[in-house]
Design a protein around this ligand. Structure first.
Ligand SMILES: [Zn+2]
Length: 420
């Protein structure tokens, strides 16, 4: 048997695009100067990839789950758990998690029978509160209601996440956040018995959050400054933290995630992968892509597999800035160059994207993304450049995100045989 190799998946976040008028109908990737990515395609095996399925508009979280070989349709019950993971909370299998807003409530909130009354939401975002939310979250964190612990952590601006941790909780819980102003919070309802328990706890939590926050010093100060107080927590988007087989157990190899965003780091931690800090990786256009590259090379010393996500390309896509997205593609090119030049031993390097974020659309679309795999065991095809269209007709033809790990573990020589 041949020697095993290591592998890296390099993901340009939102890198895929559509023809852009100001680039004479080219995509940013086609227009950018990316000699390393082109040489990876020319020496490697290429194709198109549907991150989740043809035409499906993927989020970064669901796409990364798929690319790591976990079926998002089975494991993704709602955004709550991934929101909590994304801000660095430790999420456990069985937790019911919510996205939350700190909001402004007017009146005296009461929970009578199964309805909230006496108060209405005056501002769903508490004036987009920018500071003090860590203190507010600390004031409501750790509450115990019945046999359930309520864990709260602040995110950016008015956002936060809530975890309900305890026995017998279900995720089919309606939103307390009414998604409009001038009305009372909606008392949560559960669709089945475990979800009804979660809803009951959740309603109590919301009531107590108001009791603890209405006279909190942060809010007293806000009111003195004429700002709306952040005096209640409004949960929505319930989801059950799924059971996911740890990466090392699923593939029999040690894996690391070298990433910039909390969301992808959280997925890596949940899969018990190594997720190192990367000083200099900001997740913005000012990020130090070579810091990411050096960390990949460092991780390859003790791991067989590294997934890296460079956030920058997604930003230009969301902002409709073609030149910026070209510059981000060039950052990805420099990152790939460093990894190829410094990786210890034989390496298979896959370059792709988690979804397209076209300049013309400003959000994620369900278009295919390009995929190129470089390394000692690939069969080079006729593709000469790395772009959305240049890879069409490559040896990998058109695969799904969830096909990528089997393709790589086969090339790496680490996959068990299926059958005799
Ligand atoms: Zn995006």
């Amino acid at each position: 048997m041949a020697d095993r190799t290591k592998a890296v998946i390099l993901i340009g976040d939102g890198l895929g695009d559509r023809p852009v008028a100001e680039l004479d109908g080219r995509t940013p990737l086609e227009a950018a100067d990316t000699p390393t990515l082109d040489s990876i395609a020319a020496d490697g095996e290429c194709g198109q990839m549907d991150p989740i399925g043809p035409g499906v508009r993927a989020g970064s979280d669901t796409a990364h789950l798929a690319i790591l070989g976990y079926d998002p349709y089975r494991v993704y019950t709602g955004r709550g758990p991934f929101e909590a993971l994304g801000i660095g909370m430790e999420v456990e299998h069985g937790d019911v998690c919510f996205r939350c807003n700190f909001a402004t409530l007017e009146g005296e909130l009461k929970l009578e029978g199964e309805e909230f009354s006496g108060a209405k939401i005056a501002d769903r975002r508490a004036g987009r509160i920018a500071s003090g939310t860590a203190e507010l979250a600390a004031a409501v964190n750790g509450m115990v209601i019945e046999d359930v612990t309520c864990l709260v952590k602040e995110s950016v601006e008015h956002r936060a996440a809530l975890i309900l941790r305890g026995p017998g909780l279900g995720p089919k819980v309606s939103d307390v956040d009414p998604h409009e102003e001038g009305v009372a919070p909606h008392a949560a309802r559960g669709e089945d018995e475990p979800s009804a328990k979660a809803a009951r706890i959740l309603n109590q939590f919301v009531l107590r959050s108001w009791e603890k926050l209405k006279d909190h010093p942060v809010n007293r100060e806000r009111e003195q400054e004429g700002k709306p107080p952040a005096n209640v927590v409004m949960p929505r988007g319930a989801g059950l933290a799924p059971h996911l087989t740890p990466f090392a157990e699923k593939y029999g190899i040690a894996g690391a995630c070298v990433v910039e965003t909390g969301l992808i780091a959280g997925i890596g931690r949940y899969l018990a992968m190594t997720v190192p800090e990367v000083p200099g990786a900001t997740g913005g256009m000012d990020t130090d892509e070579l810091a990411l590259a050096r960390k990949i090379v460092e991780m390859l010393e003790g791991h067989d597999f590294v997934l890296c996500n460079l956030k920058a390309p997604d930003l230009g896509g969301h902002d409709g800035k073609a030149q910026q997205k070209m510059a981000a593609a060039q950052k990805l090119d420099a990152l790939a160059r460093y990894v190829l030049d410094h990786a210890p031993g034989d390496l298979h390097l896959a370059v792709t994207a988690d979804h397209s974020t076209p300049i013309s659309f400003g959000d994620h679309t369900g278009d295919t993304v390009p995929l190129a795999i470089h390394g000692p065991n690939v069969r080079p095809d006729g593709v000469q450049a790395f772009s959305e269209r240049a890879v069409v007709g490559g040896g990998l033809v058109r695969v799904r995100g969830r096909d990528l790990m089997p393709i790589l573990t086969n090339l790496m020589g680490v996959q068990e045989k299926f059958g005799a």
